[in-house]
Design a protein around this ligand. Structure first.
Ligand SMILES: *Cc1c(COP(=O)(O)O)cnc(C)c1O
Length: 380
């Protein structure tokens, strides 16, 4: 027998409360029963997004919400600044391209964050840019970006909106949408929201809703203005992913019960323990200056293909960690700690990492990582 532990930055483990809710017989979506659940979900999402704005629920993965933030806000020929510090930052530029939007790219070395002054300068130079597309937690590198500062900068430009991919940031770190002045905030279900893949979430500020009035990009399924009208009636425009929404109601209840402060603290502690443990084992972190609390990207020891470590962890020990993507393939592995995670999961990941490294013939002092994690937990 082998127990599997999902330590990937999406999909993430789903708590049994949600699994049981999703196993219930399907209900029809044009009923008061569904509307009651959907309204509760709306309240929970507003709490999570820290916003008074509507949070639109899309039957689609996180990328559908990213796509909607281009196709509903801009028009072909518009200019947009895309911050590209990894695979997901690149996706913003690809989406702009798909809609005929001119992308002005700010390229950031993978693993690093962006000095907000660079954005300020770029925006001064391109004051006709209609949008800035950013990623708060770049899952491919484990780096965290300073969205609060970005929002202050974009806030000085009334003709520009800030759209943030918070797919591995929401429910992990503080992202107060209204307080910071984020205009478009997107998320997906299979990260810290603790659900299977299949839902995208998007919320727009009043300023961004204004932009939707003049947006001329083609759209049908992802027409947010239509969804907003349906939402006012406790409905979605098309058949919603009913079972996922039943599960969502449960995970949002769990999030509210824990409370955002405790939720962020738990993630910060698990991330700190993971980072300390990896360093004690003698490994180097990729995003050491500005690490995300969602996922830790670890450099493979010199001369070792990270894929070997991923394979060993998975095959022999059932620990599903992620490798590197694109240019980081073989160079890093990533241990996630977002969503339904606790200290026990970190111990399990670190212990198996130590054993795997040992088995691969790498020098490692067994127990060093565990001791470092214990120290972090004790100093809480
Ligand atoms: C997972 C992820 C996405 C993509 O989400 P899909 O659900 O695969 O479409 C986008 N951005 C970030 C930062 C992610 O972690």
């Amino acid at each position: 027998m082998q127990k599997k532990l999902l330590l990937s930055p999406g999909p993430t483990p789903v708590p049994s409360e949600a699994l049981l809710a999703m196993a219930q017989p399907i209900i029809h979506h044009r009923t008061p029963e569904f509307t009651e659940v959907f309204n509760q979900v709306q309240e929970g999402l507003k709490y999570l997004f820290q916003t008074e704005n509507d949070v639109i629920v899309i039957a689609g993965s996180g990328t559908s919400a990213m796509e909607a933030s281009v196709s509903n806000v801009l028009s072909p020929g518009d200019k947009a600044i895309c911050i590209r510090g990894g695979k997901f930052g690149e996706r913003w530029a690809e989406l702009c391209q798909a809609y005929g939007v001119e992308a002005i790219n700010i390229d950031v070395e993978w693993g690093k964050a962006l000095d907000p002054q660079v954005l300020a300068d770029c925006l001064t130079k391109n004051s006709d840019a209609k949008a800035v597309y950013a990623t708060m937690s770049e899952t491919s590198t484990g780096a965290k970006f300073d969205i609060e500062s970005f929002a202050k900068i974009v806030g000085n430009h009334p003709q520009t909106v800030l759209a943030v991919d918070a797919i591995t940031a929401l429910g992990v770190m503080d992202v107060p949408m209204d307080k910071w002045g984020i205009d478009v905030l997107v998320c997906g279900s299979q990260k810290a929201i603790m659900l299977p893949p299949g839902l995208g979430f998007i919320s727009l500020s009043e300023k961004a809703w204004g932009f939707t009035e003049s947006s001329k990009c083609p759209k049908y399924y992802l027409d947010l203005r239509k969804e907003k009208k349906s939402l006012a009636k406790g409905q979605t425009s098309y058949t919603p992913a009913v079972s996922l929404i039943m599960g969502l109601n449960e995970t949002l209840k769990m999030i509210r019960e824990e409370g955002l402060t405790n939720l962020f603290k738990r993630h910060a502690t698990l991330a700190a323990a993971t980072r300390a443990a990896c360093k004690s084992v003698g490994l180097k972190l990729l995003a050491k200056d500005s690490p995300s609390d969602a996922v830790t990207a670890v450099k493979s020891p010199e001369g070792t293909d990270a894929t070997q470590i991923v394979k060993k962890m998975k095959g022999k020990y059932g620990m599903i960690i992620a490798g590197g993507q694109a240019e980081l393939k073989g160079k890093i592995f990533r241990i996630a700690h977002l969503g339904y995670f606790d200290k026990c999961d970190i111990f399990s990941a670190i212990a198996h990492l130590e054993i795997s490294l040992k088995e691969l013939g790498l020098p490692v002092k067994l127990g060093a990582g565990i001791a470092a994690a214990e120290d972090v937990f004790l100093s809480e």
